[in-house]
Ligand binder design. Structure first.
Ligand code: MG
Length: 241
């Protein structure tokens, strides 16, 4: 399934160099993290990405709850000019009415991330019509089965889902990958990029499998790739209660 990689560096030049590296690796889906360094900065990044790569890449936008209601609509209309696939969680998780209003006002699909953790959240989000799409993560839902429950509620409402990730290692990527692969309604790709692109070292005995911008589901039993026990011991920390 297609790998989506986040661009989140406040250093503009470093962010664009990273995007070029990713395109050279075959990545075609980018999630641009917005709202952390000003609207003009976000627009400049999107203009640069579209002028350099045109329509050869898909752009998704993620505010991580970074706007308040009164400033959101005009900014989202600016963002829509760059034809993103979706806009993710523009306002805080519990601002349900604002999410519903924004969803009704813009043409781009709105995706709920922090607003939808549990199956109960998903049911309420469907009833309140806060989003066109949901992001599902194993840790956010509380496990693979509960993630599938969120997807089932979404599917009944005609809402497609996206395979999100947290700050995690390849081990968690594997759990998420199997959940996504076994859940057809999680159809918008996945973002299991931390192990290969953000971490200095991972815990898996083999590299997390990404080929030409596509995540490959391993066919071995269990999660499909062994943990590197020596590296696990090296990075283990003592927990004090
Ligand atoms: Mg998000």
């Amino acid at each position: 399934m297609p790998l989506s990689v986040s661009l989140a560096n406040p250093d503009f030049d470093a962010d664009m160099d990273f995007a070029r590296t990713l395109v050279a690796d075959g990545v075609q889906v980018f999630k641009v993290k917005t709202g952390f360094s000003g609207h003009a900065f976000d627009i400049h990044r999107l203009e640069t990405l579209r002028s350099e790569f045109g329509d050869t890449i898909d752009l998704r936008i993620d505010y991580n709850q970074g706007m308040v209601g009164h400033e959101a609509l005009r900014r989202l209309r600016d963002i829509e000019a760059f034809a993103p696939d979706f806009i993710e969680q523009p306002v805080p998780a519990d601002h349900w009415d604002t999410m519903a209003q924004l969803r009704a006002a813009i043409d781009t699909p709105l995706l709920a991330d922090e607003s939808v953790f549990s199956p109960a959240d998903a049911l309420r989000a469907v009833k309140s019509r806060i989003a066109d799409l949901f992001s599902i993560k194993v840790m956010k839902s509380g496990g693979m089965r509960r993630g599938q429950m969120v997807s089932a509620i979404a599917e009944a409402a005609g809402i497609a889902c996206y395979g999100g990730d947290m700050f995690e290692t390849g081990l968690a990527h594997l759990a998420g990958l199997h959940m996504v692969a076994a859940t057809p309604n999680i159809s918008l790709g996945c973002e299991f990029y931390q192990a290969n692109y953000y971490l200095a070292e991972d815990l898996l005995a083999e590299r997390f499998p990404v080929e030409n911008g596509t995540v490959v589901v391993p066919s071995q039993p269990g999660l499909g790739i062994d943990v590197d026990e020596a590296r696990l011991a090296e990075f283990a920390m003592e927990a004090r209660g």
